[in-house]
Design a protein around this ligand. Sequence first.
Ligand code: BGC
Length: 854
Amino acid sequence: MKVVNLKTLHQRDPLGIGQTPYFSWMMESAERDVIQHSYRLIVSDETKTVWDTGIVESREQSFIEYGGLPLESRRVYTWTVAVRDNKGCEDRAEACFETALLHAEDWKARWVESTIPRENYEWFNYGAQPPPIMFKRDFAVTGMVKKARLYASAYGCYRLYVNNVRPDDREFAPEHTVYRDILYYQTYDVTNLLKNGRNTLSMYVGDGWHLCPQTAPVMENFHNLPAVLYQLEIEYENDRRDIIAADGNERCGTGPVMFSDIFLGEKQDANVPYILDYPVQVRDYGYANLMVQPMPPVRPIKTLPAADTYISPRGEAIVDFGQIVCGRARIKIIAPKGTPITFEYFEVPDKDGNYFNSMIAFQKDIYVSDGEPCEYEAYFTFHGFRYIRVTGMGALNKEDFTAVLLTTEKENAGSFSCSDERLNRLYRNIRWAQANNMMSIPTDCPTREKAGFTGDIQIYVKTAIINENVTPFLSAWLLNLAADQLEDGVVPMTVPFTRLYERLSYNRAAEFGDDRPTGIAGWSDAAVIVPHSMYVMTGNLLILKKHYNTMKRWCDYVIRTAREKRGDKGLPKEIDRYLWNTGFHFGEWLIPSVKEDASHMNCRISAAYTAPIFGYISVSLMSKIAHALQNIQDAAYYSDVAIAMKNAIEESLMKGGKMPEELMGAYVLAIAFDLVPDQYQDAFAHKLVFMLEQNDYRLDTGFLATPYLLDALTKIGRRDLALKVLFQDKPPSWLYQVDKGATAIWENWVAISPDGMPMVTSYDHYAFGCVDEWVFREIAGINSSQPGFRHMVIHPKPDGCLHLCKRSFQSEYGEIAVAWTDDVLKVSIPCNTTATVVWKDCQYEIGSGHYDFK
Ligand code: BGC
């Protein structure tokens, strides 16, 4: 048995951590049935042991929270774990982590801000944005450097250079956060970049999210000028220490990037030098919102060569990468000095292959050549695109174009392939939509809004987890959610809650008679559903502990609103007080048969069931969460309320044996969440089947019901219909998109009409990709029956649709892999887990190891 994969906060030997660490490891063995019997974990600094767990008899091997002496700033800690298994084998392994600046007093640096006047500008004033600002200073290094760390952040997004070299390839630091309360700072190892004598440090700051009008934060005293903070700590070979910190001795000015905006695009003029003729001003912005970056950075994760170039019917020169990507292109350019070349990024062409703006944002970059051959890439903007319209470059050569995927770095956790090529493509599309929408925060789309819509990740979270290790990423986002929760418990429609969506929330609330933003069914519920899903899928109890109050406050808001505000259906008070049935909601959102309208009537229609049902879902999950944390009193309270809510739903929404709206999603949610009383179960099942038949086996569900559609059908014993819907290729359906050439997941089910007309919508929206989680459970047959897959049920059911299926998932314990053909099932489960395998009517209980079932 070997102990492997040691992680601190789910990162390998992280440099610069700030929060209380937790540890995890995995066991590997050639033997079967291996279970961890005990472990001993010791954490030490150079001189002493700071935590020794002693021998702990436990199967826990993940989310082991540090419980030793207080950690100190800028220190390297090593930790060793010695593990003993049930067969008496022992192994140990070692890892380390380094802390960053843990206390506000550690900061010697001052915030320094640009003094270059910045006009207030409007969203659509394309091209008139202020330029990014370069900050620069010289400093001396006086001796042999043993170790140097640089801590830095900015208002805006920065690129850091030490002696004109970037210490790493991260992009868009600091990430999009609730800047008022949380501003990440980054830690760099710059030891090898320093030289004896004169050195320079520069930070080039673009607008990023903070200074962009569309994503600017809700923040009193908003800082509307680019500003930087940095602190370089040098340790010399002779143990002397030196700190070079931002202090006002910098210069600032502009350079070749003439303007940059994350929605509109960027202009670079290679003829323009950096002219740093402005002083900076020192500002007292304090350190209270600074937080060590709690997750890996945004990086160029993948590159893709161009697949094709063509001239459109309108005569436009177009590059096609064959795949929708979030990021930008690297482009080899040789052009006469002064030539402007324009790159307009877009997602889909029109029916005839011409440029088409489906994204609203312009996504237009300009490069002005200095006559030198170069490989050009924009600095401070990113786009969602598959195509680029290029103007000013002459005939295109596809070898000159490479697309770069920019996203937060995450470990791969899943794979899938099967005998159906269209399903394989669907899976790849889902993976791409996920990769393209996880830059810094979980977003709706990388084009039009780039916003942290709470509903979208609520719908998609389980699929996200089975495909990538999103624990650090989502844990970081949840800190932002907690920061953005309003005083009354309301969780906003987006996190970070930006000025744009704050305004929208006030407007929507007013239309529904409220004077402040109200909670939104299925969106705000992310506060409970996201952490709970993380717990179920990875066993992460710490996330429940950490966000217990946030979750409670959200549920209490729902309960209070239901009690205090009467719905408009004239229901008896005893029933109405348990129904969350007032305020603005998005309803199911984007139901194919319900047309959008400006007065949001469509939202009202489906909100009649989504609000009471999602209120019930959150409150009943809250009871389970309280139970998992052994808070018996809370568990009982929320369970009682959930039961009362369920009864109220039965007595109001289901009166007469049908849902208030004859919409597929209404029946789906009622069935999937076991809300249908016995006497109506047949009627509900028949109704759902009837609706599906009437719709020619095409789905008619929106955001909130789609994740449960195939489950509801499976539950009523119609797995055959679930498969029929999955394999359906007439619109609306998943395979229709695939047939229409989608390379990610569309926002609208029929974004491209059967005759090839594209809509103005997003072609890169992960929400409807949630079907992958059903495929994982029902086709690959992998079901967790204890949090984190400690015990699982593996029950694939080959039923003629597929003849081969392979799926893997990197659980907290290690890899779970299932591969089946019509006659053989191969299963492998990691050490420290057990499974019940059901194959061809036989049941087996297995421990870790590889197995073949014939
Ligand atoms: C976004 C969605 C989001 C929705 C809320 C849209 O504009 O793209 O995905 O959840 O608004 O209504």
